[in-house]
Design a protein around this ligand. Structure first.
Ligand code: CA
Length: 469
């Protein structure tokens, strides 16, 4: 019998870029199980994160608020569990809720997961092999590969659930996060082939802000021994060495994804066999995108396309036609409002995102968003990416590198000289040529600055007004 309120099975990996998913036209790998969600449901082509880094994106997905509101601006600012989040609302309305896998929002006291009947999470980043996990406050070591274990525990929880009530299960994979450690089953995958290099692999960072050249996430220079795992062969030219390092990096990254894909298949098989496929919303997404050698980089953080874009696939037979594609703009901050809407629960006023449930049925509201606001706060930290904010519309992207740590925990000095970039994504989809100073785009710059100001006011953030470095 069909139940009135849907189950929600939310599968999220860590750093899985859309361009490493078959359904998004990947040139470098295949993901047959993840692709099942797309072929039986909808693929969103313009899903964006509001801050391309793990902890802040997770906070936005739970609370429905931007990071200047929920306080999780960086990796060092942990989530206050007393804040309202969507699982708490579902719990109040009779849902059973669980989160299993990567949490990365802090631990102990107010930072433990709240809103969940059951939680079993990795401390911090967690390990790929034989990880420690914290189950309802108790920390123990588990034997096995992290992606398999997270799926095993998810299936255990599903089998033991109360069948008279709907559920919301968040399955959060650690993979394919750095340092990209595959399991034995996939360790030799791609052994005898070369993965194609991306179009912008040999980017020289000219014609843009200095911020691009300053970043320390270059394949040829910044991958370390732990990333590469084997010694670089001697006698290679610099170009050969760069290509060799890319192959080392990307193959391990894709091997980790192959394990995720297998495990997504296990969950999809379970809901079919259990007879709940019609009543269950299945989502596959990742907390942000990733550079897969694009611009010569690994990592994320920038507002550039590969990092900004999140994969978002959703299957929900009751409302989503199979094999559909949507090009409307949706954001991570919109997820929780959408889930509550699908559960026929009122959306709390504190949620800043908007439900995209109408889009699932093929109807785009006339006033649907056509621009989005982005902000990265971790100035100078880790890969030396300048703090920036910006606006993306369906055609253009304006970025302001204000370059100031602003006293944020997890951001470090020194300040850098503020810079702007403008990209015409129609003419320059790879973002290789900023047209900010081009007189032909003067009107566009003016319009986008006004739109940026409007969005900042709408979400309650403030424009940078400090002294330039
Ligand atoms: Ca991440």
């Amino acid at each position: 019998m069909s139940q009135s309120r849907p189950n929600i099975l939310f599968i999220m990996s860590d750093d899985h870029a859309a361009h490493a998913i078959g359904a998004y036209g990947s040139r470098i790998n295949q993901t047959p199980h993840i692709d099942r969600i797309a072929s039986e449901g909808m693929r969103f082509d313009n899903c964006f994160c509001t801050n391309s880094i793990c902890t802040p994106s997770r906070a936005a997905i739970l609370t429905g608020t931007y990071n200047h509101v929920n306080g999780v601006t960086t990796l060092s600012t942990h989530l206050d569990g007393r804040l309202l989040n969507y699982p708490k609302v579902l719990q109040e309305h009779g849902y059973q809720t669980a989160v299993i896998g990567k949490w990365h929002l802090g631990h102990g006291g107010i930072h433990d997961p709240t809103g969940f009947d059951f939680w079993d999470v990795l401390p911090g980043q967690g390990l790929y092999h034989d990880p420690e996990m914290i189950r309802m406050g108790e920390r123990t070591t588990r034997n096995g590969y992290v992606t398999d274990l997270i799926t095993d525990y998810s299936l255990d929880w599903l089998r033991g659930r109360d069948r008279n009530r709907p559920f919301c299960l968040m399955v959060h994979h650690k993979a394919p996060h750095r340092s990209w450690e595959p399991d034995d089953k996939h360790a030799d995958m791609y052994e005898d082939e070369d993965i194609p290099e991306p179009e912008t692999f040999n980017d020289d960072y000219s014609n843009r802000a200095q911020a691009a050249a300053a970043a320390r996430m270059r394949v040829e220079r910044d991958l370390n021994a732990e990333d590469l795992k084997v010694t670089v062969p001697e006698g290679l030219t610099p170009a050969e060495e760069k290509s060799w390092k890319y192959q080392r990096y990307i193959k391990d990254y894709l091997r980790c994804i192959a394990s995720i894909d297998d495990n997504v298949g296990r969950l999809l098989d379970y809901i079919e066999e259990d007879g709940i496929a019609e009543d269950t919303i299945v989502i596959y997404t990742s907390d942000q995108g990733f550079f897969l050698g694009d611009h010569g980089w690994y990592d994320k953080r920038f507002m550039y396309e590969e990092s900004l874009r999140m994969p978002f696939l959703i299957r929900y037979p009751r409302e989503v036609a199979p094999g559909t594609v949507n090009g409307d703009m949706i954001l991570n901050v919109d997820f929780p409002a959408t889930f509550l809407d699908c559960a026929s629960v009122d959306i709390p006023s504190s949620f800043q995102g908007r439900s995209f449930r109408p889009l699932l049925g093929g109807e785009t509201p006339a006033d649907w968003q056509t621009s989005m606001y982005y902000r990265y706060w971790m100035h100078g930290a880790h890969h030396n990416v300048c703090a920036h904010y910006g606006v993306r519309t369906l055609r253009y992207k304006l970025i302001y590198y204000y370059g100031d740590p602003l006293g944020q925990e997890g951001a470090i000095g020194p300040k850098t000289q503020p810079e702007w970039e403008l990209f015409d994504l129609e003419k320059d989809p790879c973002e290789l040529n900023s047209v900010y100073a081009d007189p032909e785009y003067a009107d566009v710059v003016e319009e986008l600055k006004a739109e940026l100001k409007r969005l900042q006011e709408e979400v309650g953030d403030e424009a940078y007004c400090g002294e330039p470095g």
